[in-house]
Design a protein around this ligand. Structure first.
Ligand code: F6R
Length: 581
């Protein structure tokens, strides 16, 4: 979490930093700040709130070297004092940091005993004071010493009044350096860099760098290293809202393309076939929405292949012991989720073969996994995962079709059309019912159980309505006590093996007067008889239905959040890249 950006070059640093922070806001948005070098001094401005509240020109001195930060609070409440950049006692050093300094408490006591005065409650401020203590006219020497004292994760940028450079260091938090013509842009991800250059260096763990507009020096473990810039093909237009009210709905409308792009990219994946053929067992590890994609994978594998699959929530994987004959598949759209990374490392420690599935080129999990596959969702700006989930489904469905004994590749052909059909749905009645409720329950069975979980997750994160997903059969084991006329139930009732028992569940719900919003085939008269509202999703096959029902549920969440006037693309307390465990 937290986004950092730095600029050294010939442009007005304030404008570059502000634009960069806007692009990084998905990583955190409770406070922001900038520091700029100006006539041998460091000028700082920071505040609680969002970078969109900041007006350029006049507040901060102008200059061509600076750093910026948008925060997702971990240590200390969101406030102007706790916002980055943090400075040392002299005001000569300013730092921005993404990550967690685990030994900050000991460092803080040591520095305070030596006379340093701390302003904030953050772990990050120790870095500024350490710089003050270690700097002796050489930025790289100071950076080496400072990072030698830090334990934990960090992507850090530092400027010093005495220098026209940016010092940068990375350990377990992403940091890229874009190398342009007489300018460099450092950032947590590619998006702020791309408007200036496509030549990008991905720093590695342990890297310390000192960069200026025309020079670049990288060390790792005290040795100078050469890292050649990679050329990034990327369409900046795809990260714009282009006429849609929110990124989320724009990204939902991009789902048919995200699905088929990902599928095409997997077309000749011999590597994937080898991995899936050789696996005795697959363990999927992921968080949140990506975990739900993993659950869907499990059900489809159970149906179409002979390879057993289990799923683990990434943050719980540290408590289980994998065996070396399993393939551990880590799914993470950002590729930076700390829980997923920790799980990947644990799997490697236990000598499992590891596979990463991510949407983010050069992200941390891609450097550590044995095999890497990319989803082709393109940039996803809205915090809620939508098209990245559908792209994950494309890759995972392809994996199913390549698995031992599977013969289901034909089913993939219908998915794109099924998603396109859903985009035309109208949901006014269902939206009104949900928006008026304070609790919602979502149910499904079999592979539609994770669809229900994902529907509930999407609903709660963007509408703030309490929503829980359950397996249809679990309702009677407790949650049924919640049902009343005020508790709408969202039910996923496709034709197929789960339908009969789901209809039984609907009857139980209806007898408790709870209004039912059913996602079902338009010709299903039994469902129409019981449900208050039917959202019609034409049945095709299980692959197409899973994708279509999920997209329909995403759209319902979007409509409800819109009706309630929520901050859809940046829901409270969330961040898109969750880099704390
Ligand atoms: C929900 C959402 C989160 C993420 C979760 C994992 O819309 O976005 O639940 O799915 O934080 O993130 P990744 O996939 O980046 O590891």
């Amino acid at each position: 979490m937290c986004g950092i950006v730095g600029y050294a070059g010939w442009r007005d640093a304030e404008s570059v930093l502000v634009e960069g922070l806007r692009a990084l806001e998905y990583r955190g948005y409770d406070s922001y700040g900038l520091a700029i070098l100006s006539d041998g001094a460091v000028s700082v401005v920071k505040d609680a709130g969002r970078i969109s509240d900041y007006r350029t020109g006049g507040t901060i001195y102008s200059g061509t070297v600076g750093i910026g930060h948008t925060r997702w609070a971990t240590h200390g409440v969101p406030s102007a004092i706790n916002a980055h950049p943090h400075t040392d006692c002299t005001g000569n050093f300013a730092i921005v940091h993404n990550g967690i300094i685990e030994n900050y408490s000991a460092l803080r006591s040591e520095l305070a005993a030596a006379g340093h005065v701390f302003a904030s409650e953050t772990d990050s401020e120790v870095i500024a004071h350490l710089f003050e203590a270690c700097y002796d006219g050489d930025m790289m020497a100071a950076l080496r010493q400072v990072t030698g004292r830090l334990e934990g994760s960090y992507a850090v940028l530092v400027i010093a009044a005495q220098e026209g450079v940016i010092a940068a260091a990375r350990n377990r938090s992403p940091l890229v350096i874009g190398v342009g013509d007489g300018e460099v842009v450092c950032a947590s991800d590619l998006v702020p860099v791309i408007p200036y250059t496509r030549e990008v260096i991905f720093l590695e763990d342990g890297d310390c760098a000192v960069v200026s507009k025309d020079a670049l020096w990288i060390e790792n473990g005290g040795d100078v290293v050469t890292r050649a810039p990679e050329f990034i093909a990327y369409d900046p237009e795809s990260a714009k809202k282009t006429g849609f009210a929110h990124y989320m709905i724009k990204e939902i409308f991009e789902e048919p393309e995200a699905f088929s792009r990902t599928l095409n990219a997997m077309q000749d994946t011999e590597e994937m076939q080898r991995v899936m053929e050789g696996a005795a067992r697959v363990t999927v590890v992921a968080s949140g929405t990506s975990y739900h994609a993993g659950m869907i994978f499990r059900y489809l594998m159970e149906e179409f292949s002979t390879i057993p699959v289990r799923t683990e929530i990434a943050s719980e994987f540290r408590y289980v012991r994998p065996s070396p004959d399993e393939v551990v598949l880590v799914i993470s759209q950002s590729g930076e989720t700390a829980d997923a990374l920790a799980a990947l490392r644990r799997a490697k420690f236990h000598r499992c073969r590891t596979v990463a599935l991510t949407n983010t080129l050069g992200s941390s999990i891609t450097r550590e996994a044995d095999h890497v596959f990319y989803t082709m969702a393109g940039p996803e700006i809205s915090v809620a995962a939508t098209k990245s989930f559908i792209a994950q489904l494309a890759a995972l469905m392809k994996m199913v079709s390549l698995s031992r004994g599977a013969s289901c590749s034909l089913l993939l052909a219908d998915v794109k059309q099924a998603i396109e059909a859903v985009l035309q749905l109208e949901m006014i009645r269902a939206t009104d019912l949900c928006a008026g409720a304070s609790t919602l329950i979502a149910i499904g069975r079999g592979v539609f159980y994770p669809v229900a979980l994902e529907g509930a997750l999407k609903m709660k994160e963007i509408s703030y309505i309490h929503a829980e997903g359950y397996a249809g059969g679990e309702l009677k084991h407790g949650p049924i006590a919640l049902l009343s006329g005020e508790t709408p139930v969202i039910a996923f009732v496709p034709p197929g093996e789960t339908r009969t028992l789901m209809i039984g569940n609907l009857k139980e719900i209806a007898s408790r007067q709870a209004p039912i919003i059913a996602f079902a085939d338009p010709d299903d008269v039994d469902v129409a008889d019981i449900a208050e509202v039917v959202i019609p999703v034409r049945h095709r096959n299980v692959f197409a239905d899973v994708a279509a029902y999920t997209v329909a549920a995403q759209m319902l969440s979007y409509e409800v959040a819109k009706k309630l006037g929520r901050d859809i693309d940046k829901p409270r307390n969330l961040a898109k890249s969750v880099t704390v465990e």
